[in-house]
Design a protein around this ligand. Structure first.
Ligand SMILES: Cc1cc2nc3c(=O)[nH]c(=O)nc-3n(C[C@H](O)[C@H](O)[C@H](O)COP(=O)(O)O)c2cc1C
Length: 147
């Protein structure tokens, strides 16, 4: 089968991860795939914030869990890396642009043998002060919405 179609048809959301780190090279490849996604009027107003420190990811998940009532055990399924796709809150194409980029992320990861899943909880909580403080600490622009 055509390798692109095979990647498309065999990708599935993965919610159980090993503790194996994702290499910097693979993360760079995946983010590069994201920035090659189409964007409305080619504005590319997105940002992709990569976090590959397990403690930092666990802390962010806890703060999100507290913010949306999931409780302190919330863990994003314990990944070794996350990519936070964001766009300016006033961007007309923020959500579709990030959605295209996220699909590229999932497909690129899958083609490298890396499982991934969309986590939506940061979208609902990114405006809450405790979550926003963590996002700011990680370098997410204050005017950006998380997708
Ligand atoms: C907009 C969107 C939000 C999603 N949010 C979550 C989520 O918060 N947690 C999760 O485990 N999966 C989430 N998913 C993954 C879907 O549950 C998954 O894509 C769907 O069940 C189909 O399974 P597949 O990706 O394996 O084909 C989301 C997917 C999309 C497109």
């Amino acid at each position: 089968m055509n390798p692109v179609l095979e990647t498309l048809l065999t990708r599935r959301s993965i919610r159980s991860f090993t503790s194996q780190p994702v290499s910097k090279e693979d993360l760079q490849t995946i983010v590069n795939a994201a920035i090659y996604a189409p964007s409305g009027m080619n504005r590319q107003t997105w940002q992709f914030t990569v976090v590959d420190d397990a403690d930092t990811i666990a802390h962010l998940a806890k703060v999100v869990g507290a913010a949306d009532g999931r409780g302190p055990d919330y863990d994003f399924y314990k990944p070794t890396a996350i990519i936070i796709a964001t766009n300016h809150k006033d961007s007309r194409h923020g959500c579709p642009d990030c959605s295209c980029a996220l699909q590229n992320i999932f497909l690129a990861a899958h083609s490298l043998g890396i499982g991934s899943v969309w986590i939506n909880q940061l979208n609902a909580t990114c405006h809450m002060p405790a979550v926003r403080a963590e996002l700011t600490r990680l370098g997410v622009p204050t005017e950006h919405v998380v997708y």
